[in-house]
Ligand binder design. Structure first.
Ligand code: MSK
Length: 647
């Protein structure tokens, strides 16, 4: 393909590109076509204050940073409020997800949720330990009930820190205390931030942004971390498993059901339903060879990590999957499901089903998920899909898919590196100290049709492993690297020599799939463990590590950024314009200002090459500060020296 032809591409993923062209040929509107027609509103730069109707006020012109709105609010206050509200909304989404899992777990423990059970008793005991809940003499259900109650208490807690604050490095906890940002009850932080950014309340940009960090921390060390832990208890802590990824997993001969959204409770039950021999027989009676369950976005990541359900793609695949003509039902729960899928589905036989009591889409069928009787609703969805199979027209499924290995929980990484009896991150720390691994980068987040689909994610991942940086991935970024074939053991051949050597010795791939977007909390857990393991400083901000979101599109990544920065990490975004570009003051506050206070910072850059450059520079800066930037001298011990050591 010539460079000229490449310019017309909207995705680096050939399966996605084929479906984009199919949509264009059929005249079907998708996010990829609408983005060309819709110019982004300039208010996205943080300059518009629409929270009262004396305006809305938008500060424009060359001297806009000197202007004020009708109430007198200046650009910094307006931009900070906008960013803070992004963070509050993101924290509410991830944390409400965590609350829902806790509610299902509580009902399960009390025998009020048919068909569920707490699958991972080891993790249940581990989490009970984090929560200082005594375990002796308690049945599994009794313990699960107490853990779920403690989790739920974290949402409405009015005073005192969140339970999991104690899991952060000591020094970090002290810093939060000193700066007054130790997160309290999750709901309290979100509500307080909405209150503060209400007109006429908090009108000091720095003060607003500190509250935003606190709210982010309440999700990272609260709602999100609880979502991950309780999902692990309920559905199993992930361990590596093989699967396949991309639109090619949709099977023309089978009934195809796609799960989409974020909450695993419904999808886990769907896995049970599609494997029910009676359902499979029913599908065969309608002429299908069986039932194929696949996924989009983070519900997909949840059931991939624990059940090996193959992802059909990431965020920008949601409309493209329907365009294959072979999706009998797409069932969606919460977050990241675009209203446009209903219109796309009208061109095919596909039924869109909403399942969450919190989310309906006009024109979609609604089969409400009741966690007390989950099988009723999942069976209805599967039956609807089977009955719809015969209504299919022509199908066009790109024959493109990649193998992948997913399922790297914090627990498994420790086991992989240290074995059953010495499970630990020590080999990771040692290899960072000796320079074989230069540092760690977490590539997380979304797709955005304003950027070339998957290009940022894949190019950053490739470049970093080449430079001996270990990469962990979550969310739609994980699907992007998986589709590019970068999530197999063979990927180590693309890594730099020293990273490859570590991968060969430990069996660890250079790119590790950690799960969905709430599972970014696993990154916090790993970073805290790295500190505790020793040799890389006494707080997260000293570790040569960077968080990267190359294709951000919505509010949630900013909440993730807030808790990562508040925990001491350097975070770089790209894919869309900075939501605070209008204010130099706020742009500086969230970068150098936050770095001074928290040791972490947030920068929004234009392209993936800049991300790679800044990541590598930052890693070297941190290595230098730790005194591990030069090759460690290797000392060969003779027998006498060894004997002295063992004294
Ligand atoms: S689904 S928030 S597009 S990662 Fe978690 Fe993907 Fe971003 Fe949604």
């Amino acid at each position: 393909m010539s460079e000229e032809e490449k310019k017309d591409l909207k995705s680096i993923d050939p399966a996605a590109q084929a479906m984009i062209e199919e949509a264009e040929a059929k005249g079907i509107s998708t996010m990829f076509s609408r983005v060309d027609k819709m110019k982004p509103c300039p208010m996205g730069d943080g300059s518009c204050c629409k929270w009262c109707h004396m305006g809305p006020c938008r500060l424009v012109g060359k001297d806009r940073e000197e202007k004020v709105g009708i109430c007198g609010a200046n650009m910094a206050t307006i931009a900070a409020r906008n960013l803070a509200r992004h963070i509050a909304a993101g924290a509410s989404a991830h944390s409400d997800h965590g609350r829902d899992i806790a509610i299902v777990m509580l009902a399960t423990a009390r025998g009020e949720a048919e068909g569920y059970e707490s699958k991972d008793e080891v993790k249940l005991h581990q989490v009970a330990g984090y929560m200082s809940i005594a375990t002796e003499g308690k049945t599994k259900d009794k313990l699960a009930e107490e853990v779920a109650e403690e989790a739920l208490d974290n949402f409405g807690r009015q005073f005192g820190p969140l339970t999991y604050v104690a899991r952060a490095p000591k020094k970090r906890q002290e810093l939060w205390e000193k700066l007054g940002v130790t997160p309290r009850g999750i709901d309290r932080e979100v509500v307080e931030l909405m209150h503060r950014t209400n007109p006429g309340t908090d009108q000091d940009a720095e003060h607003i942004l500190d509250a935003a960090i606190r709210t982010g921390l309440s999700s990272g060390w609260g709602g999100s971390m609880l979502a991950t832990d309780l999902s692990d208890i309920m559905f199993g802590t992930p361990r590596p498993l093989r699967s396949e990824i991309n639109l090619g997993v949709i099977d023309k001969d089978k009934v195809n059901i796609i799960v989409h959204g974020h909450d695993p409770s419904f999808a886990e039950m769907l896995v049970v339903a599609v494997n029910d021999p009676e359902m499979v027989e029913y599908a065969k009676s309608k002429g299908a060879e069986g039932i194929q369950l696949s996924g989009i976005c983070c519900t997909s990541n949840e059931v991939l990590m624990r059940q090996g359900v193959p992802p059909a793609g990431n965020f920008l695949h949601q409309e493209l999957a329907i365009i294959t003509g072979a999706v009998d039902v797409m069932v969606v729960d919460v977050q990241c499901t675009m209203q446009g899928i209903v219109e796309v589905a009208k061109n095919f036989h596909t039924k869109i089903i909403t399942s969450s009591p919190k989310a309906k889409i006009e024109g979609a069928e609604h089969v409400e998920f009741d966690h007390h009787h989950p099988l009723e609703s999942v069976n209805k969805v599967v039956k609807t899909a089977i009955d719809n199979f015969g209504n299919r027209g022509e199908t066009k499924i790109p024959n493109i898919k990649s193998e992948l290995v997913a399922g790297f929980s914090h627990e498994y990484i420790r086991y992989m590196l240290g074995g059953k009896y010495r499970a630990s991150l020590k080999p990771l720390n040692e290899n960072i100290i000796n320079g074989k691994i230069q540092g760690v980068a977490a590539i997380v987040g979304c797709n955005n049709p304003r950027a070339m689909h998957d290009a940022g994610i894949v190019n950053v991942a490739r470049e970093l492993i080449k430079k001996n940086v270990l990469v962990v991935v979550t969310g739609c970024a994980a699907a992007g690297t998986g589709k590019a074939g970068l999530m197999t053991p063979e990927t180590m051949n693309e890594a730099g020599d020293s990273l490859k050597e570590v991968c060969e010795a430990t069996g660890m791939p250079p790119i590790l799939h950690l799960g969905s977007c709430v599972d970014n909390s696993r990154i916090l857990t790993i970073l805290s463990d790295v500190v505790e393991t020793g040799g890389l400083g006494d707080d997260i901000d000293q570790i040569p590590a960077v968080g990267i979101c190359p294709e951000w599109y919505c509010e949630k990544p900013f909440e993730i950024a807030a808790y990562c920065v508040g925990s001491g990490a350097y975070v770089i975004f790209s894919g869309a314009k900075s939501p605070v570009a209008a204010s130099t003051v706020v742009t500086n506050m969230i970068s150098s200002g936050w770095e001074e206070k928290y040791g972490g910072k947030l920068e929004i850059v234009d392209d993936w090459e800049e991300i790679v450059k800044r990541t590598l520079d930052h890693i070297q800066k941190k290595r230098k500060a730790l005194g591990i930037d030069t090759d460690q001298e290797r000392v060969l011990f003779d027998m006498e020296a060894r004997r002295e050591l063992s004294v």
